[in-house]
Design a protein around this ligand. Structure first.
Ligand code: AVJ
Ligand code: FE
Length: 440
């Protein structure tokens, strides 16, 4: 992307503005008690996320990039995610909602002033406006986190969808797609706002494999449940089996059985589980168990990225499955336009050259892979974004959900979480090795 400085400034300013519109929506649609309450021990009070967004912006854009004096050095520690686990955050001396709103607005006004004055070149934080892009992505990531908090909150619905999902127009799709073996380029060294863990671009050998055309649906997942999947240790990783037994799990989070119907609670509304939507709110263990029950496996992270980015005609790595163009509403279900994933098979305009659908948007997809650095990884600009999470504790998720903003979504973007987590907007698709005979 080569852009003149004015266009770069404009891009950075509008990314920050879009994030703030969403933050405002998520923190003004409930009353004060709901902003300060902890709706789940897994989540922060909404008002913590709000001021943490401002504090992160103050530290990077005002102090580091702008060289300004600290505005509120006294609150740095309260909003340091590593000092206080989420469960402990309600008892911190948090800024009250009105103060927090005032603080983030004050920080933002100064950040935009700095953006106007500073050259967007001359170092990795400034080049192409990276620090501004990083902070817009950070705010959008917390917006997704706050949307998860809204999903966990009990009580009547406060969020609504502006429009119905686009109608599904296509006919029957093949169940799976063959991705031919060979090298491909994973990661990026050129995407200007890519975060440290997506870098650098490097060659990977990926043997032939088959991958599901679409994410696994609720209907398919229900067959796993009804076949006794949760009661059969054959399908489960040892730790996963121990976890579902200990917690008595028998369905995705937010599902409830009534008579012979499955219902789910979704942002304050209870509805029958829609069979054609991608399954949502499953852990890595559940995804892995389903895949084994189906005689398949989860795709590795490299397989997922090859399916999403590799151009089979020219061997070039694309930014998205549909090409290099930024996402539009026709390509993918992103940006909290809807409060749910679209039915499996939607978004024909977003399919990959080989015909894989919905890789971007709808649901985060669990992969088989641990969260590890790429060869040549360098932590930037802070170790606590990625580096401290590398290892075998966290599994990688790819592709982004309906709750991810396009600014924080790319074919290279990596998310990660513990394999027991399922309050996140997580689903999956399955894969298998290619049949060696069919290939010859
Ligand atoms: C990349 C989504 C795992 O929310 O914990 C937010 C993003 N990092 N603030 C998280 C993040 C610092 C991170 N994830
Ligand atoms: Fe954060």
């Amino acid at each position: 992307m080569t852009m003149d400085p004015e266009a770069l400034r404009e891009r950075a300013a509008s990314a920050l503005l879009a994030a703030r519109d969403r933050t405002r929506l998520l923190t003004t649609c409930v009353e004060e008690p709901d902003l300060v309450a902890q709706h789940s021990p897994l989540m922060s009070p909404l008002v913590w996320d709000l001021a943490h967004i401002g504090n992160q912006e103050e530290q990077w854009l005002l102090r580091t990039v702008g060289g300004r004096d600290a505005l509120r050095p006294d609150i740095d520690s309260v909003y340091d995610a590593f000092e206080h686990p989420r469960a402990a955050r309600p008892s911190l001396p948090l800024l009250a909602p009105a103060e927090a709103h005032g603080y983030v607005a004050d920080v933002r006004a100064r950040a935009l002033d700095i953006l106007e004055r500073i050259p967007l070149c001359g170092g990795p934080l400034l080049d192409a406006g990276f620090a501004f892009g990083m902070i817009a992505q950070h705010e959008q990531q917390h917006d997704e986190t706050m949307l998860i908090t809204h999903q966990l909150r009990r009580g009547p619905a406060v969020l609504t969808e502006a429009e119905p999902l686009p109608a599904l127009v296509d006919g029957i799709l093949p169940a799976e797609v063959l991705v031919p073996g060979g090298p491909f380029t994973m990661g990026t060294s050129t995407e200007p706002w890519a975060l440290d863990n997506e870098r650098p671009a490097h060659r990977r050998m990926v043997p032939s494999f088959l991958i599901d055309t679409t994410p696994v649906s609720n209907g398919a997942y229900q067959r796993f449940i009804e076949d006794g999947g949760y009661d059969d240790p054959r399908w489960w990783a040892a730790d996963g089996w121990a976890h579902v037994r200990e917690h008595g799990l028998h369905a995705p989070l937010f599902w409830r059985r009534e008579g012979n119907q499955w219902l789910r609670r979704r942002f304050g509304v209870t509805e029958p589980v829609p069979p054609d939507e991608p399954v949502l709110h499953v852990s890595w263990y559940e995804a892995d168990a389903y895949a084994r029950w189906a005689g398949r496996r989860l795709p590795t992270e490299a397989e997922w990225e090859k399916a999403a980015r590799h151009g089979p005609a020219d061997g070039r790595a694309m930014r998205y499955p549909w090409g290099d163009e930024d996402p539009t509403p026709a390509h993918a279900n992103l940006g909290q336009r809807y409060l749910r994933p679209a039915p499996v098979g939607s978004y024909p305009d977003g399919e990959s050259p080989l015909g894989v659908r919905q890789l971007i948007g709808d649901v985060w997809e669990w992969t088989a892979s641990d969260f590890l650095p790429y060869p040549g990884f360098a932590a930037f600009p802070y170790r606590e974004y990625s580096e401290v999470f590398f290892g075998s504790s966290y599994k990688v998720l790819r592709g982004g959900s309906f709750a991810v903003d396009p600014v924080a979504c790319r074919g290279t973007f990596r998310n990660w979480d513990l394999p027991i987590r399922r309050q996140i907007f997580s689903g999956f698709r399955t894969a298998r090795d290619a049949d060696p005979v069919a290939e010859a």
